[in-house]
Design a protein around this ligand. Sequence first.
Ligand SMILES: NC(=O)CC[C@H](N)C(=O)O
Length: 485
Amino acid sequence: MAAIMLQGTGSDVGKSLLVAGLCRALANRGLRVMPFKPQNMSNNAAVTPEGGEIGRAQALQALAARVPLHTDMNPVLLKPQADRTSQLIVQGQVRGTLGSANFREGRRSLLPEVLESFARLQAACDMVVVEGSGSPAEINLREGDIANMGFARAAKVPVVLVGDIDRGGVIAAVVGTRAVLEPEDAAMIHGFIINKFRGDPALFADGYQAIADRSGWRGFGLVPWLGQAVALPSEDAVVLEKRRDSRSGRLLVACPILPRIANFDDLDPLKMEQDVEVVMVPPGSPIPVEAGLIVLPGSKASLADMQTMRQQGWDIDILAHHRRGGAILGICGGYQMLGHRLIDPAGLEGDVREVAGLGLLDVETEMGHRKMLREVRGSALGAGFTGYEMHMGRTQVGNGLQPFALFDDGTHDGAISPCGRVIGTYCHGLLGSTALRKALLLRLSVASQERDYAASVDRALDAIAQELEQHLDMDGLIALAKGGA
Ligand SMILES: NC(=O)CC[C@H](N)C(=O)O
């Protein structure tokens, strides 16, 4: 079956967005299409219906393709935990913890499972759109590679190289990639796409031609800056430069960027609300005193991140905010940090075995070996919601506390403090449920617009797909995917 792979001239050239857009464009043409990324490094993961995990970017691409998520879409996922170690997820399940050096040696042995996953997807659809990782031009990483050319060659998938004109140097980046690759690897590349173009395309015609002439590759198109992407789940915890509007009556929601922050796209649905402003607080900055709600998001390393919270003085900011009557929502790792204590007797998250939490909820958490990965459905604050759990910790809740949520299977989740202003939950994704978001905002005296978050993501994907139909040689890409390498 047909397949095509996008690789980049560097990281952040916009590959994952292009793959998402291509998936939607191809699906809109009536093809059954699936995304695939052999190896991903991210702490933002999504739960699949069969109880595994894959990168959230692949989950968005699956949504774009209108197919259910599957662990085969991202068979190797590395979740950075400490400076040089990552949790290794293979075909959706935890395989162990890896040092960066081990991984470079050990990854080759993962190729059979990567190819097996890819073959299963190929058998199940008309076309697979594959995303590389970083750049094949990082030839120091080529030995044993399974993420870029190592995969493309083994699976015989033709490659299109994506360059980013916004960062500058795109002519050298594309032509230079050809120059540094081994001839056999370079032969896998059949063309290029220039991404993130702002302005009048006619002005770049000569540059585009120069790339084609010097690389010998054909151009598949010049893609404009895709502004619609702001409506998609965020992949990077970007700090917004300037407050959009500090009109009174708006709720300021602050979220500290901890080093191992995870699944912070939990906050995205709040960004759609007219009367809410979300600020991501970088290290070195205090949590703004005007904040009405502080959200502590997930964390891949709750104990270590709790320590960072103290080093940053954010614990003081949060306690002061609480004394002033502010509200706090902790999700997953953030929930764990709201308790008295976090313990990790087996050192699953790193060297730290015990850390005091913020003490705002009468709960205690212990990290265990079994990872909880599941989709959940229930009600909280009088509203129905769906979400997912993804954690190793188990949290004991004190007797005096009300649970936050009641799941449909009759079990409970999370806790609400007696004052009602501190909420902890293991449920990721819950703010995407309109009724629950409305109920939470109402407690903070803010009226929700009650817009449907999933529908707004869907519209953005359609708009991006339309742009790609207009600016890419889609027929040419499909023909390449069908022809093989
Ligand atoms: N997703 C999370 O926030 C995980 C929290 C914590 N690191 C755990 O594994 O339990």
